[in-house]
Design a protein around this ligand. Structure first.
Ligand SMILES: Cc1ncc(COP(=O)(O)O)c(C=O)c1O
Length: 355
C-alpha cells in the first residue's frame, strides 16, 4: 500500500529510521560496560522491543504494570518496572506475572513498599525481585541518603525479596537547556548514584544492577564504570524535544500524516488537533522545517511558516511531534513505512496502559 492510500491523521513509523536509531545507540555503547534496557514508554509496541532485544538490549524497562503485561504476553523481557508498584490491586497483578514465571523486577523506595511487596508475595507464594530507587536529584521518588538505601537493601533481604540493586534517573537534566550546566548536573546526579553504590558495597551489599539515564545522558553515563545498565527510551523514535538535548544522533522515525483542509492568506488548517497530536513540548514541525503547527484545538491544527504559500486543500503533510511519547499514546496503530510504501501496521498495544 502507498502512503497516499491511508486516511489521516495517521501515525507513520519509518522503519529505516528506527533501525538506524537502534544501531546508533548500540554504537554509542560500544566500549562501555553499561548495557541497554530500553524504556518501553516510547515504542509501546512489542515489534519494536523485539528489534531492540535482537540488537543487544538485555531486557526492557517499563513505567507501568500495564506495559509489563503487554511485554509478558509477547514473551519479551526481562522486565524492570522503574517505578513503585503500590496497592493491593497492583500487587495482585504483579504476583500474577511472577506466578507465570515472568522475570520482573520492581523499584522500591520506602519501608512501606518493601513490606507491602513482601506481604503480597508471601501470600501469593512467589518471590519478588526489587531494585531500590535512589533520588539522583530529580526530587521525584527515591531514597535521599545512602544510609537509607543500605537499610532498605537489608530489609529486602530480611523479607525474602530478591535484592537486585539500585536505579536512579537524572530526568531533571531536561530542565537545564544550557549544555554546559546540563552536563555538570548529569555528572552530579551520577555522583549521587555512585555514593549509594559505594555505601552498599561498604555494607557488603554491592548492587548487581545500577540502572540510570535517559537518552540525553547516555554518552556521559555510559562512561561511568559503576553504571551497569541504561533506561533510555526516546532515542528509538526521537522527537523535537529530544533532538534539542542530544542533537545530530538520532533520526525522526515518528511523524503524523495529516491532510490540509483549509488554506487562508497567512495560515493553513490541518485535520489533526490535540486528540491526535500533542504540543506540550512546543509546536510540531514538518521534516523540512517549513511548516509549524502553531496552535492546536481538539481537531484542528493552525499551520504557519513559509511553506504555507504552496499549500492547497487536500494536500497531505507530515509533522514531527515535539513529544512523541504522548502523541503516540493517543493512537492505536503505527503505519510502518519504508520510504513511501506502507509495509505493515503494528498495534500500539501498550497505548494508554497507564495503570
Ligand atoms: C525512570 C525513567 N527512566 C528512563 C526514562 C527515559 O528517558 P528518555 O525518554 O530521555 O530516553 C524516563 C523518561 O521518562 C524515566 O522516567
Amino acid at each position: 500500500m502507498h502512503l497516499d492510500e491511508i486516511d489521516t491523521p495517521a501515525l507513520l513509523l519509518d522503519l529505516d529510521a528506527v533501525e538506524d536509531n537502534i544501531a546508533t545507540m548500540q554504537r554509542l555503547l560500544s566500549g562501555s560496560q553499561a548495557r541497554l534496557r530500553p524504556h518501553f514508554k516510547t515504542p509501546k509496541c512489542p515489534q519494536v522491543a523485539r528489534m531492540q532485544l535482537e540488537a543487544g538490549a538485555i531486557g526492557i524497562t517499563v513505567a507501568k504494570l500495564g506495559e509489563a503485561e503487554v511485554l509478558a504476553e509477547a514473551g519479551l523481557g526481562p522486565i524492570l518496572v522503574a517505578n513503585q508498584v503500590v496497592g493491593a490491586l497492583k500487587l495482585a497483578r504483579l504476583t500474577a506475572l511472577l506466578r507465570r514465571g515472568v522475570d520482573i523486577t520492581v523499584a522500591v523506595e520506602s519501608e512501606f513498599n518493601v513490606r507491602e511487596l513482601a506481604r503480597a508475595s508471601r501470600a501469593a507464594g512467589v518471590r519478588a525481585a526489587a531494585v531500590i530507587e535512589v533520588d539522583a536529584g530529580m526530587r521525584r521518588c527515591g531514597t535521599a541518603e545512602p544510609a537509607e538505601t543500605v537499610r532498605l537493601a537489608r530489609l529486602l533481604l530480611e523479607e525474602g525479596i530478591d535484592y537486585r540493586g539500585i536505579m536512579g534517573y537524572e530526568g531533571h537534566m531536561y530542565g537545564q537547556l544550557e549544555p554546559g550546566p546540563r552536563e555538570a548536573l548529569i555528572r552530579d546526579a551520577l555522583a549521587t548514584v555512585r555514593s549509594h553504590v559505594e555505601a552498599l558495597a561498604e555494607a557488603g551489599l554491592p548492587p548487581a544492577i545500577v540502572s540510570t539515564s535517559g537518552t540525553a545522558s547516555v554518552p556521559i553515563a555510559a562512561a561511568m564504570p559503576f553504571v551497569t545498565e541504561l533506561q533510555a527510551g526516546t532515542y528509538v523514535f526521537n522527537d523535537l524535544h529530544n533532538e534539542a538535548f542530544i542533537p545530530g544522533h538520532f533520526q525522526f522515525a515518528l511523524t503524523l500524516l495529516t491532510t490540509i483542509t483549509s488554506v487562508k492568506e497567512r495560515y493553513a488548517v490541518a485535520d489533526c488537533g490535540m486528540k491526535s497530536l500533542t504540543n506540550e513540548f512546543g509546536p510540531p514541525v514538518s521534516p523540512d522545517g517549513r511548516l509549524r503547527a502553531a496552535r492546536l484545538s481538539e481537531e484542528h491544527a493552525i499551520i504557519v511558516g513559509d511553506g504555507v504559500a504552496s499549500l492547497a486543500p487536500g494536500d497531505r503533510v507530515e509533522l514531527v511531534p515535539s513529544h512523541g511519547d504522548t502523541t503516540l499514546n493517543l493512537h492505536d496503530v503505527y503505519y510502518v513505512r519504508r520510504g513511501g510504501e506502507i509495509v505493515d501496521t503494528w498495534p500500539v498495544l501498550a497505548a494508554r496502559r497507564f495503570r
